[in-house]
Design a protein around this ligand. Structure first.
Ligand SMILES: Nc1ncnc2c1ncn2[C@@H]1O[C@H](COP(=O)(O)OP(=O)(O)OP(=O)(O)O)[C@@H](O)[C@H]1O
Ligand SMILES: [Mg+2]
Length: 465
């Protein structure tokens, strides 16, 4: 039976409602805010009737409103019906503004109230189903988007998911590459197999080969046992090669051979091991350019990218910013049990005019933080934390620096401090910065830092041997 909580300081009313509603609902009764909250926490009823004049403020409304706030904070989906005195229309409307579902004026006519309650339970059920649907938007692996570019992406995903072709996903950091890869996997015939991600840019160069292909016992010092690599682990599933642009050249050859023959050998092994896996790769670098520069093999590029998907940067799909913001707002208000209704108009302006260098990931992080910080029922600009350290933020308008300058400056500062922190150990600095060593060298070169750190580099080389 559905549960209902009746909060009223009049014993007579409590009795009346208990008697009138027990046939249809399991009824809990509270005479004051304290009882109300403890019963509410314990039983989590979907519908509550709430008298506003509660002790110790029987003739006012402070206790009632506070109780309403607390209930909605704990469970925003609760349908609260506020019961008011005869000429308290103003309070009733205020309650609805604060998030009450409806109000009802005394004296209580049981048959009337029953109709209201029935509707409240019904609505609650629909909303719950709806939000389940939203949260299991498994249809597209939880991805949302309504701009043409994203609709295009979704349609490509639908078309290719079940065809076992290799897919290369291009996009700036934080645009959703991994989400796309997972969506393809979950919509494919391999969905019951594993999704095995490996980040080629984050693993030190000397370890990638055995991470990918595994090794035999005794293959090198320290190889005490035989170990399976990601390729083997991904058998019957999907192998996700993240940051494939960072894969060292000799491994590009080995990967290519694997993709052609569908067999491979563990490091230090002789046996050809057949593997049935689909390969999805992602990159945030311009691979055709890397090919021209001799850093990426053209034949591998064609193998991994039978289909390519380009994810637009968030600043190029402004129409999706508010949609995504609301998705994250719902997600985190639920997680942090905060009742937040939306964004203030000036917060919306800010969200839409910001450049989002970190794309959807940055948006998600900012909204998460804002939900935590928000003090009212609306997200305000200050909750989004755009204002501190403006020169390091991505705003382009009315600042002395351009976005590119700001980004470069931040990048340069981060690199210098990471290298200093690791006393010039580039391998460790690269690890901390989550890029490969060659990439770090490239970026350092671009910033003219290479020269400053050339002594460090020698040290780095020595360490590697
Ligand atoms: N269209 C979308 N709808 C909902 N959430 C999204 C969408 N795109 C990205 N996200 C969310 O943004 C975050 C970053 O996405 P993801 O990790 O897939 O990006 P990425 O391109 O792989 O980033 P990186 O290059 O930094 O690894 C994730 O939490 C993801 O759930
Ligand atoms: Mg990623």
């Amino acid at each position: 039976m559905e549960k209902i909580l009746i909060v009223d300081d009049s014993e007579e009313i409590r009795k009346q409602l208990k008697w009138g509603l027990s046939k249809d609902y399991s009824v809990f009764l509270a005479a004051n805010p304290k009882e109300a909250l403890s019963l509410f926490t314990k039983h989590q009823p979907n519908v509550v009737t709430l008298d506003l004049g509660l002790p110790p403020d029987e003739n006012g409304t402070t206790e009632g409103f506070r109780c309403l706030d607390n209930i909605l904070k704990m469970r925003p989906v609760t349908k609260v019906i506020v019961i008011t005195g005869n000429d308290e229309r103003e309070n009733a409307l205020k309650a609805v503004q604060k998030g009450a579902y409806d109000f009802y004026q005394k004296p209580i006519v049981l048959e009337e109230l029953k109709v209201i309650l029935k509707r409240a339970f019904y609505l609650h059920k629909i909303e719950e189903e709806n939000s389940k649907l939203m949260s299991t938007r498994a249809a597209m692996g939880g991805m949302v988007g309504q701009c043409l570019e994203m609709l295009d992406v979704f349609s490509v995903i639908r078309k290719i998911a079940s065809a076992d072709v290799s897919v290369l996903i291009n996009g700036e950091s934080g645009t959703g590459k991994e989400l796309v890869a997972r969506a393809i996997h979950s919509m494919s015939l391999r969905k019951d197999g594993v999704f095995a991600p490996i980040n080629c840019g984050a693993i030190p160069e000397n370890l990638i080969e055995s991470e990918l292909f595994g090794h035999e016992k005794g293959a090198f010092t320290g190889a005490h046992i035989q170990v399976q690599g990601k390729v083997e682990y991904a058998n019957k599933g999907t192998l996700f090669l993240d940051e494939i642009g960072e894969l060292p050249t000799h491994l590009q050859v080995k990967l290519l051979r694997f993709l052609q023959e569908r067999t491979f050998q563990r490091v230090g092994g002789r046996e050809d091991i057949p593997i049935d896996t689909r390969v999805i790769s992602a990159t945030n670098i311009d691979i055709p350019k890397a090919i021209k520069e001799g850093k990426f093999r053209e034949d591998l590029y064609y193998r991994i990218g039978v289909v390519t998907i380009n994810l637009p940067a968030l600043r190029d799909r402004k129409g999706d910013i508010i949609l995504l913001s609301n998705l994250f707002l719902r997600r985190y208000s639920e997680e942090f049990k905060k009742r937040i209704r939306g964004f203030s108009p000036s917060a919306v302006d800010m969200l839409e005019s910001y450049e989002w260098p970190g794309n959807v990931r940055e948006l998600e992080n900012r909204i998460q933080r804002a939900v935590l910080m928000a003090e009212s029922s609306m997200i305000e600009p200050q909750d989004l934390a755009f204002t501190d350290e403006p020169e390091k933020r991505g705003f382009s308008a009315a600042r002395a620096v351009t976005l590119k300058e700001a980004r470069d400056r931040l990048e340069r500062d981060l690199i210098i401090s990471a290298i200093d922190r690791h006393k010039g150990n580039i391998v460790k600095a690269a690890e901390e910065l989550d890029v490969s060593r060659p990439t770090l060298y490239d970026i350092m070169k671009r910033h003219g830092l290479f020269h400053d750190y050339s002594t460090y580099r020698q040290q780095d080389k020595k360490e590697k041997v």
